[in-house]
Each structure stands twice: as C-alpha cells, then as structure tokens.
Design a binder for this molecule. Structure first.
Ligand SMILES: Nc1ncnc2c1ncn2[C@@H]1O[C@H](COP(=O)(O)OP(=O)(O)OP(=O)(O)O)[C@@H](O)[C@H]1O
Ligand SMILES: [Mg+2]
Length: 214
C-alpha cells in the first residue's frame, strides 16, 4: 500500500488539530498500521502526548517534531515510505509548517468549531488549499469539532462550511466531550480509557474511516 499522508490543519488556533490528529494516529496504530505522527507545532503538544503514552507502557508510535516548514517537508519526503500513514499536526495559525505540509500531503482534514469566527477563518484556509493545489492534487475535508449537544449552531456552521466548493464537508462530527481531552492528555485513544465514552469512540472511528479511506 502506498503511504497516505494526511495533514490536520487550519489557519485558526485551537480548533482541535492536536486532539484529532492524536486520535487519528493512535487509532490507526491500534488497527496495526505503521503510523508516523509528525508535529509541526512549536509547542509540540502532540509529541508530548505521545511521550506520555510511551511512559505508560502502551505500544509506542513513531513521532517527530519539525516546527520549520522546510525541514518538515524534507523529512516527510525522505522518511514516509516506511509507513502506511503519516499524520501531520500542522500546528496553530498560518505557519510555515502548515504551508509546507500542504505541499506533501494527499489530504488535508480541517477541524472547525461551530462558531462564527471559526467559520470565517475557513476563507483563509481555503486560500492556502488553493495555493497548494497549484502544485499538487489534494483532497480537502472539513468536519465540525467540539460540536454542541444541542442548539442551532452546529447546523448553521455546517451550512456555512458547505458553501466552500474547495472542501468536502464530512457528515461526521466530534462532539465536545471530556473523553477526547482527557484521552489526549494521557496520550491515549478514547478506546483505551478506563471508562470508555462509547459515543466518543463511535464518532472518532467514523471520522477516521472517512478521512483515511478505511
Ligand atoms: N472534541 C473535543 N471535545 C472536548 N474538548 C476538545 C475537543 N477538541 C479539542 N478540545 C479541547 O480544546 C482545546 C484546543 O484543542 P487542541 O489543542 O487540540 O487545538 P489545536 O487546534 O491543536 O490548537 P493550537 O492551534 O493551539 O495548536 C484543548 O483544550 C482540547 O482539549
Ligand atoms: Mg495544537
């Protein structure tokens, strides 16, 4: 199987890139895939979580951090053939790592909170996707993260996101659930938590399958 490289990115901070990319990487590794988690964030949030995982005695996942875009690009191109999946946490904002990652990936998955400012920020991200598409074919998915349990905001945000022709809005969303935050804080998948949140498990499984083509 050819390596599939997926960037979890957005030009807005705090949308759940580290949270969702970690759940993707650990989930795929649990299925037996060879996964490489690449952290493009200066804060190295996701590599820190994977280090905690290793300390807890769970099977480790290959993880590297490259905050500089040029290094990230070179390393991904050099090393990715050893893996089935490369998952890149592109870090916050419009970083050089995000731009570089978009030029080496097969797909970008864009988490978006169901909030007006976050939907506005998609415009910016679409520009980056368009620029990347000038040099490489690239699938773009958007999904709602930390969706509300009720109210009209999820629906309104989804309707606004569906207006962007460059991106496929996935019909699978992640709810705002403590299970995601707690699992990531321990370097675990929601399936590995002592008290499993079954809805969180089902949500992340469906989303992972849709993005990684399982
Ligand atoms: N689905 C969710 N349910 C509950 N909490 C969530 C969810 N997604 C993210 N969070 C929480 O929201 C905060 C931001 O998430 P995260 O750090 O993953 O975002 P990020 O996009 O990586 O941020 P940055 O741009 O700073 O890198 C964290 O506290 C995280 O635990
Ligand atoms: Mg992050």
């Amino acid at each position: 199987m050819a390596t599939k490289t997926v960037v979890v990115g957005s030009s807005k901070g705090g949308t759940g890139k580290s949270t969702t990319s970690l759940q993707f990487s650990i989930g795929l590794a649990r299925e037996g895939a060879r996964v490489w988690h690449v952290d493009g964030d200066r804060q190295q949030t996701s590599v820190t979580a994977i280090t905690l995982r290793a300390e807890s005695g769970r099977p480790t996942i290959a993880a590297s951090a490259y905050a500089d875009g040029r290094t990230l690009r070179t390393q991904v191109l050099q090393q990715r053939d050893a893996y089935d999946y490369v998952v890149i946490d592109a870090g916050g904002r419009d970083s050089s790592a995000l731009r570089a990652a978009l030029t080496v990936c097969d797909a970008v998955a864009i988490p978006c909170l169901p909030r007006t400012f976050d939907v506005w920020a998609m415009q910016d991200m679409m520009q980056l996707v368009d620029e990347a598409r000038a040099v490489r074919e690239l699938t773009a998915y958007a999904f709602l993260n930390a969706a509300d349990a009720g109210g009209a905001d999820n629906r309104d945000a989804a309707a606004a996101l569906a207006e962007f022709p460059q991106v496929e809005l996935l019909p699978f969303r992640l709810g705002r659930r403590k299970a995601f935050a707690n699992a990531c804080g321990a370097g675990l998948h929601v399936e590995e938590m002592p008290r499993r949140d079954l809805i969180a498990c089902a949500e992340i499984d469906r989303l992972t399958a849709a993005i990684f083509g399982l």
